[in-house]
Design a protein around this ligand. Structure first.
Ligand SMILES: [Zn+2]
Ligand SMILES: [Zn+2]
Length: 333
């Protein structure tokens, strides 16, 4: 089943034609739990990784934060137990979990995991995206596959979010595929994506208001204030309904809603970076969000991937437009 973003409640360029110059496209990924293979675009799925290429690790031991640590095995078992518990009638006595289940869910509380942060940590697969599936794919000539991996613990040098790495490759050049990538001995329980298939859909976006020319921004703000007085802001305001899509996506613009916008400049060459990939705590924001795909139940949880950043923020990942070899950088918003 595909996923379809409802048409915007109004075409904002009818009111502000100049916005056409501050517009771009994004591909919403709409990840949903499934069983992707290495031949599929996916979130949290297996990667088409050459058997003879070393698996990347993060050895920034000094930057690793100690919040929410667990192991992949415990976290997967915990999710399984909780999903089963939600799906069944309450236990006798009204308990949510049996004592045995409770012990498994709490197993990581008794482990001393901090020391493992000193060792190199194998990166974990976050997404792989084939050019043929993703209209907003960007990558070096001769590549058709973007692989996104991250170091699955908080990084003090990345505003306490995971450190993200991009890899591009030509899928036809991959011979033998690595079957069992190494798993990290320690992760944050917030940074292990469940395997998801994706349903790419291209949408149009407009630049975050604070990054528009001042005159245009002022007129948009004035309109949003008028709407607020009429109690129609949720449905029609520029920022929540008309400009940037929420959720996992490729391309598009960032919503700088936690901090004000700040420059994202390449750490190697200093040029302004380009938003390339967004990982999100939820795929839309609340029951009345107009970005919820028409196929979805209004009461469904918008969290399909089991990844979360801070208090439900998004993680924007930027690349250098001068060189695909320069490191990615992130902003949590
Ligand atoms: Zn790391
Ligand atoms: Zn650069």
């Amino acid at each position: 089943m595909s996923r379809t973003t409802p048409p915007r409640p109004l075409d904002i360029t009818q009111l502000f034609p100049e916005l056409r110059e501050h517009s771009t496209t994004a591909t919403r990924l709409h990840p949903r739990p499934g069983e992707p293979t290495v031949a599929d675009s996916s979130v949290g799925g297996p990667l088409l990784w050459p058997a003879d290429e070393p698996w990347p690790v993060c050895d920034d031991a000094g930057a690793h934060g100690t919040s929410n640590l667990t192991t992949p095995a415990i976290e997967r078992r915990k999710r399984e137990i909780l999903a089963d518990a939600w799906a069944r009638p309450a236990l006798p006595g009204g308990e949510f979990l049996t004592a045995a289940e409770r012990a498994e869910v709490d197993a990581d509380k008794h482990l001393e995991l901090d020391d493992l942060l000193e060792e190199p940590i194998p990166l974990i697969p976050v997404a792989q995206l084939y050019r043929k599936d993703v209209p907003d794919y960007a990558g070096p000539d001769g590549t058709d596959l973007l692989q996104v991996l991250w170091c699955p613990v908080d990084h003090e040098d990345a505003h306490y979010s995971p450190k993200v790495f991009f890899f591009w490759r030509d899928s036809a050049a991959v011979g033998q595929v690595r079957q069992t990538p190494p798993e990290p001995a320690v992760i944050s329980d917030m940074y292990l994506p469940d395997p998801c298939v994706v349903h790419p859909e291209q949408v149009r976006e407009y630049q975050y208001a604070d990054l528009l020319p001042e005159d245009l921004r002022d007129r948009l703000d004035a309109r949003d204030e008028e709407l607020e007085e009429e109690d129609e802001d949720e449905l029609l305001d520029y920022q929540s309904a008309l400009s940037q899509a929420p959720g996992w996506k490729v391309g598009g613009f960032a919503r700088w809603s936690l901090t004000d916008p700040y420059p994202m400049n390449c750490s190697v060459c200093g040029v302004a970076m380009t938003l390339t990939f967004t990982a999100a705590s939820t795929d839309w924001n609340g029951r009345h969000c107009s970005w919820r795909p028409i196929e979805e139940d209004p009461d469904a949880s918008p969290d399909f991937v089991s990844v979360a950043f801070g208090r439900g923020y998004d993680l924007y990942v930027f690349r250098c437009p001068e060189s695909f070899d320069h490191p990615a950088a992130t902003a949590m918003q």
